[in-house]
Design a protein around this ligand. Structure first.
Ligand code: PLP
Length: 447
């Protein structure tokens, strides 16, 4: 029986009385109390009062094939009816999970032929970090368990992944995050690099910092390096040319596993199935993915790792790889993943993204003429508009200016959803976005 949709205010009251949202702001803020989403179609969302919004953020970087698709809904419904759940531990599998693992292995670069399903990005990264230890122990290097990450990175919000990530503002809750065996290098942020350095010198500096850390701490204590190919929530940080390849070469020299966190960049966002090799020339040992894998229709994550890692773990490890979740290899989620990949293939969404992504960059690039805008940067369908108080000094506006809230509220009133993170307005629209929808978003932002 269809439930009547309550008005915005009634739903909002209910929500405020009972829900703690991710990243809830308990500080002083103006409780606008209006946005209750009830419907999605393509790049658009509707609220309970029937107002339509263009979603420039793609949900949370995830609604790649667009919302409201009958083909996705049908694949999910069919699978739920046929087999909604089955145990996937140890020696049981199911039809969609087996097929999706094979399909991912076919699409993933090089010898990344092994797939471990999780429930999302955090659980994929969490497992990847633990796999690093498992692998090196199996190889006879029991101390090679440390992880090198970067400032401004976001890898998830479990205890371990939030310890590995280090985005400004994520660590303000006084929680005792794990710090032993985790090191953070500088973010490869070209816009905020020291002013006396060229991009090349900056790159040399970043690589030298990694080498110095290895020399100081010892390669026998460092097992993995984790990097988002483009730091996403950290502000769409496009690394200097060759940075990722050079960091990968350092990893290879010291038997450090390279984990590419492609939770955002995989499954089309940069016009490739995976960005590491095709966009940056790096062959990772492990790729973590989620989001675009099912375009947000149902939760699913996966880590994809090399045959080489598998062989070492199989030969020399403990008998059990004790990592898994009740919903690992969930049949409905995997059926959604298969249909999602089929749609990206059959509708040519990688090619579309490469084309429309360039338009997105150039059209939004026009915003850099505005006095409030310090930098507009991105690649394909990932973009950041960075606000500054002063374009010379690149100083940000004071907290009291509350520009992110003001920008998002005004855009919302004009039918555009953006969710700036402080002074960083990051956008990642669905891959199906059109040039006229991009024009609309740029016009609203300009106003
Ligand atoms: N890794 C990256 C690069 C992400 O951007 C995110 C989420 O935004 C995660 C991991 C965590 O994924 P999830 O929220 O699905 O746990």
């Amino acid at each position: 029986v269809a439930q009547a949709i309550l008005p915005n205010e009634a739903l909002w009251e209910m929500d405020r009385a009972h829900s703690l949202h991710p990243w809830t702001n308990f500080g002083p803020f103006e409780d606008k109390g209006s946005l209750v989403i009830t419907k999605g179609q393509g790049c658009y969302l509707w609220d309970a009062s029937g107002r339509r919004y263009l979603d420039a953020v793609g949900g949370m970087w995830c609604t790649n094939v667009g919302l409201g698709r009958k083909d996705m809904a049908q694949a999910i419904a069919d699978q739920a009816e046929r087999l909604a759940y089955a145990n996937y531990f140890v020696d049981v599998t199911n039809d969609p999970a087996a097929r999706l693992a094979a399909k991912i292995a076919e699409l993933a670069p090089g010898d990344l032929n092994r797939v471990h399903f999780t429930t999302g990005g955090s659980t994929a990264v969490d497992t990847a970090v633990r796999m690093v230890s498992f692998y090196h122990r199996a190889k006879g290097n029991p101390t090679k368990t440390g992880i090198v990450a970067r400032e401004a990175s976001y890898h998830g919000s479990t205890y371990l992944t939030q310890s590995v990530g280090k985005r400004n503002g994520d660590r303000i809750d006084e929680f005792d995050y794990k710090s032993e065996g985790i090191w953070h290098l500088a973010s490869p942020n070209c816009y905020r690099r020291p002013s006396h350095m060229t991009e090349e010198q900056f790159c040399d500096d970043l690589v030298a910092e990694f080498e110095a850390l290895i020399a100081r701490e010892g390669a026998d204590r460092i097992g993995g390096f984790i990097a988002e190919p483009i730091q996403a929530s950290g502000g769409i940080v496009i690394p200097p040319k060759d940075y990722l390849r050079r960091m990968w070469q350092v990893c290879q020299k010291h038997d450090i596993l390279f984990i590419a966190d492609e939770v955002v960049t995989a499954f089309g966002r940069l016009g490739h199935w995976f960005a590491s090799l095709d966009e940056f020339g790096v062959q990772p040992d492990i790729i973590t993915s989620a989001k675009g894998l099912t375009s947000g229709y149902v939760p699913l994550g996966a880590l994809i790792f090399s045959d080489r890692i598998w062989d070492v773990m199989a030969k020399g490890g403990h008998r059990w790889f004790t990592s898994g979740l009740t919903y690992s290899g969930h049949p409905v989620a995997c059926a959604a993943g298969l249909k999602n990949i089929e749609i990206i293939e059959s509708e040519g969404l990688l090619e579309h993204t490469r084309k429309v992504g360039d338009y997105f960059q150039s059209r939004m690039g026009e915003l850099s003429a505005l006095p409030l805008v310090g930098d507009v940067r991105g690649r394909k369908l990932m973009l950041c508009v960075e606000s500054v108080a002063n374009r010379e000094t690149k100083a940000v506006l004071p907290d009291e200016a509350n520009e992110s809230k003001r920008i998002s509220d005004i855009c919302e009133d004009m039918g555009l959803l953006v969710r700036p993170l402080g002074h960083l307005n990051v956008m990642s629209p669905p891959l199906v976005i059109t040039e006229s929808e991009i024009d609309f978003a740029a016009e609203v932002l300009e106003k």
